[in-house]
Design a protein around this ligand. Structure first.
Ligand SMILES: [Zn+2]
Length: 263
């Protein structure tokens, strides 16, 4: 991150900073860290939606892939599973090796500011992709069941806030805080979802990851004249770069024009 220089202030608000900022959470193997870049108030806000995801729809993935945790004693020892035997359904607590360990992620339309109907700024998931980390056949036979099913919440608001936060922090790290404007993404990070569909979306295709592909990359674009002609960054993000096939997301962030020394 050559262009990020800690200056004692939070990257999200005017408060003094008091802690390092993990751009992608530690609990998802995130190792892109901005030194002394966030304040305790902002950390309370961002850690709330991060923890909701890490303990919610991403929990089974984290256990299955043994991602790091700061609280190993709180790591779940079992997950609920709906088991049907001879037409009768019951709920059991299944150990991680006898559970499908499903990762489900929402997909969205592409960011509507550039690619869709910008008069409809809401973010709505269009479908869900799900992966079983354990073989379903093995889980079914471990429970001597006819079928098994799981119940999982689709935490797409929390995911969108995490994507906004990661894209914003990444750009501050790559471009320096003076270049990143944040009027698109800061409201989303702080929970205002009213325009999130303009700036956040999925790529058309699943990313087929190469080991050398970065989890985060960006290109600088210029908006068309009817949208003001300003400079923005288009961030492509794969939250789980170690998984060969998983959705890639697109996040747009507005930028300040490059400072020019000529008068
Ligand atoms: Zn702050």
């Amino acid at each position: 991150m050559p262009n990020f220089v800690p200056n004692g202030y939070c990257i999200y608000c005017p408060n003094p900073s008091d802690s390092d900022e993990h751009v992608i959470p530690y609990g998802l193997n995130g190792n892109y860290v901005l030194k002394s870049a966030s304040c305790s108030e902002c950390r309370d806000i961002t850690s709330k939606f991060e923890l909701a995801l890490l303990r919610g729809s991403l929990a089974q993935l984290r256990v299955g892939h043994q991602f790091p945790t700061r609280r190993p004693q709180e790591r779940p020892k079992s997950f609920p599973l709906l088991v049907t035997k001879a037409g009768h359904e019951s709920k059991v607590d299944a150990s991680p090796d006898a559970h499908p360990l499903v990762l489900s992620l929402p997909l969205f339309p592409k960011p509507k500011l550039l690619f869709g109907d910008a008069s409809d700024p809401q973010l709505r998931p269009t479908r869900v992709v799900a992966f079983n980390l354990n073989s379903i056949d093995a889980v079914v036979s471990a429970h001597n069941a006819d079928t098994v099913a799981i119940v999982q919440k689709l935490q797409y608001v929390e995911l969108a806030r995490l994507l906004a936060k990661a894209a914003y922090g990444f750009l501050v790290g790559e471009l320096g805080r003076d270049r990143v404007r944040g009027s698109y993404l800061l409201p989303i990070i702080f929970g205002d979802m009213s325009s999130a569909g303009l700036y956040i979306g999925s790529c058309d295709k699943m990313a087929i990851a190469d080991e050398d592909d970065p989890a985060l990359s960006y290109q600088s674009w210029r908006l068309p004249p009817n949208l003001g002609g300003g400079e923005i960054a288009v961030v492509i993000m794969r939250l789980l770069p170690h998984m060969k096939e998983n959705p890639a997301y697109i996040v747009l962030c507005d930028l300040h024009e490059k400072h020019s020394d000529t008068a």
